[in-house]
Design a protein around this ligand. Structure first.
Ligand SMILES: NC(=O)c1ccc[n+]([C@@H]2O[C@H](COP(=O)([O-])OP(=O)(O)OC[C@H]3O[C@@H](n4cnc5c(N)ncnc54)[C@H](O)[C@@H]3O)[C@@H](O)[C@H]2O)c1
Length: 305
């Protein structure tokens, strides 16, 4: 099935860049959001980001102008969906909102259109039954920042058809991305599950007094070639993000291994969420330079329990 017009729903961190990736690849793309200010902010953010790319010689000014000519912004979901061949939903991570959106999209989009969600943890089978086309529903999972990161995970739900998977793979190829197909659903998918396993092991080693935060991060960078250690990465992305993901997974699975660790819970309860609060696994000064924290500040809760 050929894809010419992509509709992206949600103009946040992910949706805005996914829309631009589509336009840069030569597709007609529309970004829609319920909030008009989000659309205006997204347009301005993309303009300044792409201008930086031109300044640095990563793209030509004419490629960027042509791409903006293919990209439109609207709050009118129904009108935008009417001509879409492929919809990528990147709205807030709330199941009820996604289900409502998919029901609306099912009514508004042409019968051949594929409806995909960019959700990081909600598998598409939890949404597909809100539509009359579960065979044309899947996860199409981009990584942040979507303009830069190559991998796109395509997750097949129990009803997803071969044509939907093949069309999604072809779309990812056309966007210059590297498609990775998951043959069955699992929350977190491949890359984030592996990242989570590394993070859990790092926390286990710390909580059991095997090595310090700094030494574990150093081992990952210098022995495994990771660009950043697991504690550095948690501080960068926000310790609360991983905490909330694990809480959600634990609520679904009831598996104690999915429960957030005690030291992470203690940091989140104290509001020490990483770089954004100036304190997490490390302490950060106003220039962003980090200093290690004493182990007693990080694992007190564990030894007291
Ligand atoms: N942020 C990441 O690193 C990341 C990475 C991969 C996947 N994801 C997934 O992408 C999705 C979006 O994440 P984000 O970080 O861009 O979120 P975000 O909070 O930055 O943006 C969400 C946008 O959705 C809009 N929105 C809310 N309800 C809507 C509705 N009913 N219709 C249309 N728009 C609506 C909001 O106004 C907002 O602009 C989530 O499902 C998330 O799991 C996020």
């Amino acid at each position: 099935m050929s894809v010419n017009h992509v509709l992206v729903v949600g103009a946040g961190a992910m949706g805005s860049q996914i829309g631009m990736v589509c336009a840069l690849a030569g597709l007609t793309a529309t970004i829609t959001d319920i909030a008009e200010p989000s659309l205006a902010r997204t347009h301005a953010d993309l303009r300044s980001r792409l201008a930086r790319d031109v300044d640095k010689g990563r793209r030509t000014a004419s490629d960027v102008e042509t791409a903006f000519g293919r990209l439109s912004f609207t709050t009118d979901l129904t009108a935008a969906a009417a001509t879409a061949d492929y919809v990528i939903e990147a709205a807030v991570e709330k199941l009820d909102i996604k289900r409502t959106l998919f029901a609306e999209l099912d009514n508004a989009a042409p019968p051949h259109a594929i409806l995909a969600t960019n959700s990081s943890s909600i598998v598409s089978s939890r949404i597909a039954d809100a539509t009359g086309r579960p065979d044309r529903v899947c996860n199409l999972h981009f990584f942040n920042p979507a303009l830069v990161m190559k991998c796109v995970e395509i997750v097949r739900g129990p009803d997803t058809s071969d044509v939907t998977v093949a069309t999604s793979v072809a779309l990812a190829d056309r966007l210059g991305k590297v498609p990775v197909v998951l043959q069955r659903e699992i929350p977190g998918f491949v890359a984030n599950r592996i990242l989570g396993a590394v993070r859990d092991e790092a926390i286990f080693l710390l909580e059991n007094g095997v090595a310090s935060v700094t030494d574990i991060d150093t081992a990952c960078r210098t022995a495994l070639g990771y660009p950043m250690g697991p504690f550095e990465l948690m501080d960068l992305t926000g310790i609360d993000i991983g905490y909330l993901t694990k809480q959600d997974r634990f609520a679904q699975s009831g598996d104690p291994r999915d429960r957030p660790s005690r030291s992470v819970t203690a940091l989140v309860e104290r509001g020490e969420l990483g770089r954004k609060t100036g304190k997490g696994w490390y302490t950060y000064d106003h220039a962003g330079t980090r200093t290690p924290r004493p182990a007693t500040e990080l694992i007190t809760e564990v030894s007291e329990q």
